[in-house]
Design a protein around this ligand. Structure first.
Ligand code: GDP
Length: 295
């Protein structure tokens, strides 16, 4: 994960090797490289600029107070600021209420359906929930089938209405079904489009209004870099979602989405997807991600 960024950062810290102390000059040189590494990892320009400015202030400020070698000091400051940039502490999802309702949003192909099943499986096995998956993508018959297959694999019921083309109604019926069948958690998978369009946004807004979910998650493919951040912004303006799910972090992704989303959209990343299998899901921990980036 983020190998190129890790290598580049490591190399930039080497500039400080053998330096007796941190100075305006060697800090500027190091941070020029750090900024380039961030930009090449597809981090948002403003985010990268603010990041290096903060690191500079901290490095110059802490220099007098510590006996740590400049290289080590810089690594520590960058580590802490990376964690802060990604949100600081992990943020849990809200699954209080019975049934608690989680609404999934995002573009087609982002990994919504796969993630819905992963999340159901995780909340069932780790938090003792009895979930119901709801097939709200009425446009692709394959999506309903896909959810049913996944549901069977993880032993979670799937609510679908093959002949109903009204996802708002389906979501409402699913709530009734959940209450009658003792389900304490509903995860609604919704239709995605290849690009944002008005009809999709209206539809998911209507579902939100009709079911009043505790938690709205926005799922996005981390491989799409800055596009991921822009899509997140647009969805957030319409839905005011609660958290981001970054999928496909197992691929050759550069890291820009993970590092920029929090500061641009001001919503926490809550989960990551790291593969196609249903156990390839992790709670997002900014500290641990910073550890991984800095090796
Ligand atoms: P949806 O259209 O948003 O519902 O997306 P899908 O759940 O159908 O996923 C689209 C494709 O991405 C499928 O081939 C999934 O197997 C794949 N996929 C989903 N999540 C991940 C992930 O975390 N890593 C990898 N490598 N592939 C994923």
């Amino acid at each position: 994960m983020f190998e190129n960024l890790s290598d580049r950062l490591e190399r930039s810290f080497k500039i400080l090797k053998g330096e007796g102390k941190i100075t305006e000059i060697n800090v500027a040189e190091t941070l020029k490289d750090v900024r380039r590494a961030l930009l090449d990892a597809d981090v948002n320009y403003k985010t990268a600029k603010e990041f290096t400015e903060t690191v500079k202030q901290k490095a110059l400020g802490q220099n007098v107070l510590t006996a740590i070698k400049p290289e080590q000091l810089m690594i520590k400051i960058v580590h802490d600021e990376l964690a802060t940039l990604m949100g600081g502490a992990a943020v849990d999802i809200n699954i209080k209420g019975s049934p608690a309702i989680i609404l999934m949003s995002g573009l087609q192909g982002s990994g919504k359906t796969t993630f819905s099943a992963k999340l159901a499986n995780m909340l069932k096995s780790k938090r003792g929930k009895n979930p119901l998956l709801v097939a709200g993508d009425v446009y692709r018959p394959a999506a309903i089938e896909q959810l049913k297959v996944l549901g069977e694999q993880i032993g979670v019921s799937v609510y679908a209405e093959e002949d109903n083309k009204n996802p708002v109604k389906i979501a409402q019926n699913a709530m009734q079904y959940a209450k009658q069948h003792g389900k304490d958690l509903i995860i609604i998978d919704t239709a995605g489009r290849l690009a944002i369009d008005e009809q999709m946004m209206n539809e998911i807004e209507s579902i939100k209004k009709a079911v009043n979910p505790q938690e709205i998650l926005f799922v996005v493919d981390a491989m799409t870099g800055q596009d991921a951040v822009n899509t997140a912004k647009e969805f957030n303006e319409r839905l005011d979602f609660d958290g981001v799910v970054l999928t496909k972090l197992d691929g050759d992704t550069r890291g820009g989405a993970a590092l920029s989303i929090r500061s641009v959209v001001n919503k926490p990343i809550k989960f990551i997807g790291t593969g196609e299998k249903f156990d390839a899901i992790d709670v997002f921990h900014p500290e641990r991600m910073a550890d991984r980036i800095l090796g």
